[in-house]
Design a binder for this molecule. Sequence first.
Ligand code: ATP
Length: 357
Amino acid sequence: MKVRLENLTKRWGSIYAVRDINLTVDDGEFVAFLGPSGCGKTTTLLLIAGIYKPTTGRILFDERMMNQVPPKNRNVGMVFQSYALYPHMTVYENLVFPMKLKRVSTAEMKERAQRVADMLGIAHLLDRRPGQLSGGQQQRVALGRALTKQPDLLLFDEPLSNLDARLRLSMRAEIKRLQIEMGITAIYVTHDQVEAMTMADRIAVMKDGMLQAFCSPDELYERPPTLFIAGFVGNPPMNFIEVEVVQRDGVYHAQRPGFDLPLLPERGAQAAGRGRVILGIRPEDVAIADEGIAGEVYVVEPLGRDDLIDVRIGDTHVHVLADPTLNLRLGDPVTLRFNPKKIQLFDPETERSLLWT
Ligand code: ATP
């Protein structure tokens, strides 16, 4: 099922929780709503579920206007951070509960519950109560309960936040696999960029109730449309360096005291003559090489597979991922090679990427 939000706005008094959002989630697509706490992700999800009513704007399911349709008639499955299972019911009773409300026959309920329980690996737990399950098992039951009613749309609100890191990883993969297998349209709210990047077909980035971008994880990573997204997506985060772009002997250079970097023509041309611009580069796109920009090792942070090296260049610092076998020490002189294809340039006033113009 396709979900369309048109000029969707939700206001509480003078506070805009969601402001003029326009986007379409395609049939069978997995879309993540990503953004920091308070940016309006949950409010948008609850508007789609029908739990909140929009202040203005429209919500359409397959071109059907849904604004006035009560939540129980939207055929939406929801999975929350708190598992919200019924504590006095067994796993089986929890799984079939939504179907009872829809008057599904007992035989059909049994069959669907068994199928979902098999899929989620919880078939051996059907007689237990939620209190006798681990957090991960409870979250599987919550997911199962959302699936047994065969929803047209799955809505997730930070469903993995209460799980430990290893379990989060396996549940992430499982939710993604199930969603593809069942072909159900899914919207997944998270503030965790890794979750959004790994699970979603497209990511809607929100900030202050507004949509900042709606694009694929690749695009978001490779060509972030705003400075906020560039800093928010990716770990360790992108380096930002204030530069001026000038043309010398037919080549564009990004420069500041002690720093001079030739740019690819199409990138340089966007930024030349604008005065101050912000150059962005990810730590993995800067290499310690035989020649390049000279600096000095300021801090070494071992991350396991790589070392994160803070290199001081004049009055600025650049983080670089380096091979631990280089054994870099504080004060070592190094030269840095910036991958020219990975350089981002932003307007410091509008905070928009200059590569999208
Ligand atoms: P989090 O990740 O912390 O849950 P979020 O991005 O989901 O954050 P929302 O819960 O959608 O954010 O809240 C968006 C804004 O709307 C916040 O500023 C919040 O304080 C405000 N807000 C949410 N619900 C209400 C409400 N019932 N009454 C007044 N303000 C609200």
